[in-house]
Design a protein around this ligand. Structure first.
Ligand code: ATP
Length: 312
């Protein structure tokens, strides 16, 4: 029999990675961030984040990609748990366990995903009863991509990426991701973008969504979507890591409908017509020896959501 005073059972939240279908980077704002216009899509590569009541706050990272993720106070999931805790009257400390499957520092927002998952999980663990909108507002304090990982699906981001509006998208898109074994630092890629722009001396317009991309999404037309994939950080990522340009060319040669560097890279995302075409492309990229790893995933998929806690 459970005592009325027993701790609530642990809560596990599954959270997807993201790809940016387009990332338009505008001028630097007064607060130092760039204004962005982006279309996010959640893809079926997931981290699982489990929170449990504990004597003290803490975090552990497990799974195939745990290396490179800090298991200390800088971990974004632990920061998210603590942030939500400050908004809950008497939140008990939690221990966070991250089962890491999203590539780290790959431009797929893995850290932001864990933060989003921790918010949703702690809200349930503490029975805090926050509205989704309230969690999304807190998410924006943690990072520009965090609100989207709560929302999931396909969405438009503006401001510094944190202001969300759902985008109409029909059907399922099939992606192949070419991974690198060494990440790229997001601030370093933005700095390189600024440097290249200053050197070119061109005026940077306010960023806006591309109408052709929005209509390709509404039509569920992978070929039309592939023609509109774009990323203003791509040139900077390739400038820092020239091999990414070769990987992009190789994927297109091997039959991808289109390809783009995801976010600040170095992951390269290829859109293919069918799951079978995805297998063929994954095999060809793996055989080329140009990539550290290759993953296939479909999108859009759900944002952070509770699943049964797994007992190992
Ligand atoms: P984005 O696309 O949002 O710019 P990213 O996918 O390139 O991010 P992340 O995987 O989020 O990169 O990791 C960036 C850095 O954040 C890592 O190098 C790591 O030091 C730190 N970090 C903190 N918490 C986490 C976490 N829970 N998971 C992954 N990285 C984390």
């Amino acid at each position: 029999m459970t005592s009325a005073y027993a701790d609530p059972p642990p809560v596990t939240v599954r959270v997807p990675a993201k790809v940016n279908l387009e990332l338009n980077v505008g001028p630097v704002r007064a607060d130092g961030y760039h204004s962005l216009s982006t279309i996010y899509q959640a893809v079926a590569i997931y981290d699982d984040v489990t929170v449990a009541i504990a004597d003290d706050w803490g975090v552990a990272v497990t799974g195939p990609l745990a290396a490179g993720v800090p298991a200390d106070e800088t971990n974004l999931a632990l920061r998210a748990a603590r942030l939500l805790g400050t908004h809950v009257g008497s939140a008990e400390p939690v221990h966070v366990t991250i089962r890491k499957n999203i590539p780290v520092a790959g431009g797929m927002a893995g850290g932001s995903a864990d933060a989003a998952a921790a918010l949703v999980a702690c809200d349930a663990l503490w029975d805090a009863g926050f509205e989704r909108e309230e969690l999304i507002d807190l998410a924006a304090e943690l990072g520009s991509d965090v609100p989207f990982l709560i929302l999931g699906g396909t969405a438009m981001g503006s401001g510094r990426g944190e202001q969300m509006a759902s985008a109409l998208a029909r059907g399922t898109f099939h992606w192949v991701f070419a991974l690198s074994d060494e990440g790229l630092s997001t601030p370093a890629v933005y700095a390189e973008c600024d440097r290249l722009r200053a050197r070119a001396g061109v005026a940077v317009p306010e960023p806006r969504p591309t109408p052709e991309l929005m209509s390709a999404l509404r039509a569920g037309d992978a070929r039309a979507l592939a023609a509109t994939l774009r990323n203003d950080l791509q040139e900077a990522a390739i400038s820092l890591r020239p091999a990414l340009g070769e990987i992009l060319a190789a994927g297109l040669d091997e039959g991808a409908l289109g390809g783009v560097v995801s976010g600040s890279g170095p992951t390269v995302a290829f859109l293919v017509a069918t799951p079978e075409a995805g297998i063929d492309l994954a095999v060809a990229l793996t055989a080329s020896g140009m990539t550290a790893d290759v993953r296939r995933a479909s999108g859009p998929t759900h944002g952070a959501h509770i699943i049964p806690t797994r007992v190992d």
